[in-house]
Design a protein around this ligand. Structure first.
Ligand SMILES: [Zn+2]
Length: 321
């Protein structure tokens, strides 16, 4: 991320938590408004709690919001002294007790099997090391699919929008945040430093169009999702209406995400210091927090176009009072 931000920003700082803060000076006269974009670099993962030398098994706790069913039968990489491959296995169906076949596993029941049988594992991995899933991005029909599109796709959109814009009237901060998945943490300190007037997160939202879903919501291919509400934040209605106007003016396909579940760095942006005008540009996604998340490239392009429009016009969102 750092070289990518350095290519498009005047200055890039890293804060104590590890978030990267790109800064691009505005062209306006006098005291300029500060506009902050935030996309998170981290993904959900696992932390090792116990290393069993005899079996090569690793006990784990979750980092972020896991559904244990999506972890079963996955390949993982343990980031120890060296990278160690592993799998998360369960007993084969032939030997499962009938009552266990119908029961979803709990994450704390699962272990990472590293296949290392000779005790070497204790030299390679120790408690506190983290593991991530191993899964490559692939094109699948009209969609792209892979792990951690939440929020790699948001980071990509932020970088593309930076590449496509010149310095605008307001000062611009582009923040690649850490530790979003464990509680919107990196964006808290970054926002405190920037103290933005306007703050917009770029992150995925669960679409409503996956198999078996009939409750409405966003659809893949219908455009950028302007996020109105979730469990962590109610976006500023001024930001929502501003993003909608930009989308209409530029012919950018768009839709709205409204939910009482989930959360994004928008909450940190909104609540820092005296608060900011906060909102979120969201990318509809199926199968969130699994290793086969899926997004539509057309929606990603719409989010890039909307972020470009925001960078160019954000100074018009002059705070009241
Ligand atoms: Zn996210």
């Amino acid at each position: 991320m750092r070289p990518e931000l350095e290519a498009t920003c005047d200055q890039v700082d890293v804060d104590a938590m590890g978030s990267l803060l790109g800064f691009r000076a505005g062209t306006g006269d006098g005291a300029r408004y500060r506009v902050m974009l935030a996309a998170h670099m981290d993904e959900i993962g696992l932390m090792v709690t116990h290393v069993d030398a005899a079996t090569g098994f690793l006990n784990i706790i979750p980092l972020g919001g896991w559904d244990a069913r999506t972890l079963v039968s996955q390949r993982v990489v343990v980031h120890g002294r060296e990278a160690v491959d592993g799998v998360v296995g369960t007993p084969p169906v032939h030997v499962l007790k009938p009552e266990d076949r119908d029961r979803a596993p709990k994450l704390t029941d699962l272990v990472i099997d590293t296949g290392i049988l000779d005790g070497r594992i204790t030299d390679l991995v120790r408690p506190g090391d983290v593991a991530t899933r191993s899964r490559r991005l692939q094109q699948m029909g009209d969609l792209i699919s892979g792990k951690a599109l939440d929020d790699r796709v948001g980071v990509f959109i932020m970088l593309e929008a930076l590449r496509m814009t010149e310095p605008a009237t307001a000062d611009l901060y582009a923040v690649a945040a850490v530790q979003e998945e464990v509680g919107l943490r990196g964006s808290r300190t970054a926002t405190h430093r920037v103290n933005p007037h306007v703050g917009v997160a770029i992150d995925t939202c669960p679409s409503g169009d996956g198999p078996g879903q009939t409750g409405g919501g966003t659809k893949l291919g219908d455009g950028a999702a302007i996020r109105v509400a979730d469990a962590s934040a109610i976006a500023s209605h001024r930001v929502v209406e501003f993003l909608e106007r930009l989308a209409v003016d530029r012919g950018i396909p768009h839709q709205f995400h409204v939910s009482d579940k989930g959360g994004t760095d928008t909450a940190s942006l909104q609540l820092a210091r005296d608060g900011s005008l906060a909102g979120c540009i969201s990318i509809p996604s199926r199968y969130g927090h699994s290793s086969v998340e899926a997004c539509h490239p057309g929606d990603i392009q719409a989010c890039i176009d909307l972020t470009v429009a925001l960078i160019e016009h954000a100074h018009e969102l002059i705070p009241e009072g």
